[in-house]
Design a protein around this ligand. Structure first.
Ligand code: ADP
Ligand code: ASP
Ligand code: MG
Length: 404
């Protein structure tokens, strides 16, 4: 079998953990499997590199940021190879340049385009454990890029897809995917299985346990994922197309505090206005989520929407740049103290009343809803950031997710 095993930052945070991971990988190797290991940067080292950069220049270019951040993963793969060598097992570390992981040139949020198999296959054929840097890529001009925070999951899934691996295991610091972040909702329960679609919604809506693009890619290429703990042997959660259990109404609750709300007030009530506004943002790769448009009144309308907090400044600059030309609005209002709380579940499609249940839970806690957005399998509300934890717990309990 060819097995891809990905370990996150906490799983390789120190010497003891590095040896723990090395031993788990060696177990599979000694059982005769080909093993590819994908690693994140150790512990909080990516955050530390970011802090170091901001200390030198509060507004560094994204290219140089990516150049810097690739160091984190490079450190962990080299140390892992050394750990395996010391245990008498042949291993080699490779970075994105050596593997040739081609990505787009969107620094800090690049997309993987193609992975060359040759080098990896050669190393596997010579019976080595191959340890590859997560999170990083190389664009067509040989610049280093990164895939966005948490992107090592996507590297692992992409490798599993490209090399037709038999298994892709994502090892982390919790036992699997839970009905809510177990660190925020103590009653959260581990799920045995979850569908790609539900996992994609949860990941996109703030459940940081998997990078959303990794789920997107797993679904596209039919890579079955197992999310499990690097610290114990418990079974974990399987992410796949269909789940065998009776469909649950709601599978999980997610919260995203990396959210800010922008309202563009007094736009003209004419065709093409929404297109122009969102096209300006799209051209700069700014993702927009919950969108609300007011009804037109006196020839004008307002459009509110959310963006990630780290895109807020750029989004505002872009909109302001077009104030007197293509956008012609009156003013902008910003609220960066908001959070997005969502419930996700494939069972919602055929069940009325899910939204009402969620709103009741928030009402019971006297939490005001600022915006609402729904899809077939999710309901999202924008609320005050200070209410986020309370909202998560009350919504989670209202759907009795801890009791299933
Ligand atoms: P890694 O470094 O292994 O990639 P992450 O910090 O990226 O780990 O992801 C694991 C964390 O995701 C957990 O520690 C947990 O706090 C958080 N998390 C958020 N939502 C969920 C969820 N629904 N199920 C499990 N963990 C979750
Ligand atoms: N080291 C990167 C980060 O902290 C990528 C990852 O952990 O997946 O975001
Ligand atoms: Mg992660």
């Amino acid at each position: 079998m060819l097995i891809v095993k990905k370990f996150g930052g906490t799983s390789v945070a120190n010497k003891e953990r590095i040896f723990n991971v090395a031993n788990r990988c060696i177990e599979d190797y000694k059982n005769g499997h080909d093993v590819i290991v994908v690693l994140s940067a150790m512990g909080k080292s990516t955050d530390e590199l970011i802090a170091q950069a901001k200390d030198i220049n509060p507004n560094p270019s994204k290219r140089e940021m990516d150049m810097l951040l690739t160091i984190g993963e490079q450190t962990s793969v080299a140390l892992m190879a050394m750990a395996m060598e010391s245990l008498g097992v042949p291993a080699i570390s490779l970075n994105a340049f050596q593997v040739k992981m081609h990505t787009t040139s969107v620094y800090s949020n690049a997309r993987l385009l193609k992975i060359d198999e040759e080098r990896i296959r050669n190393e596997l054929d010579s019976k080595k454990i191959v340890i590859i840097t997560g999170f990083q890529g190389v664009d067509k001009l040989d610049n280093y890029t990164t895939l966005g925070r948490g992107g090592s999951d996507t590297t692992a899934v992409a490798l599993a897809a490209a090399l037709h691996a038999d298994m892709c295991e994502i090892f982390t610091d919790v036992d699997g995917v839970y009905t809510a972040d177990p660190r925020k909702v103590p009653t959260a329960k581990k799920l045995k299985e979850i569908t790609y679609d539900e996992m994609l919604e949860l990941a996109s809506l703030g459940a940081g346990v998997l990078h959303n693009r990794s789920v997107e890619m797993a679904k596209k290429y039919g890579v079955q994922l197992v999310v499990r703990s690097s610290l114990n042997r418990s079974e974990g959660t399987i992410v796949k197309e269909e789940v065998s259990m009776e469909r649950m109404l709601v599978s999980g609750v997610a919260c995203d505090k990396n959210t800010a709300r922008i309202a563009v007030i007094g736009l003209q009530d004419q065709p093409g206005v929404a297109f122009k506004l969102f096209n300006h943002l799209a051209k700069h790769n700014i993702n927009v989520d919950v969108i609300l448009q007011s009804i037109g009144r006196d020839g004008t309308k307002d459009i509110s929407f959310t963006v990630a907090k780290d895109s807020l400044q750029e989004a505002l600059e872009i909109i302001e740049r077009h104030k007197t030309t293509s956008l012609q609005y009156d003013k902008i209002d910003v609220d960066d103290k908001v959070a997005k709380v969502s419930v996700v579940g494939a069972g919602m499609i055929s069940n009325a009343g899910v939204a009402a249940t969620m709103f009741e839970a928030l009402y019971n806690e006297n939490i005001n809803i600022k915006m609402i957005c729904t899809s077939e399998i999710r309901i999202t509300v924008i609320i005050n950031e200070a209410d986020a934890e309370r909202a998560m717990v009350s919504v989670h309990d209202k759907f009795r997710l801890g009791e299933m």
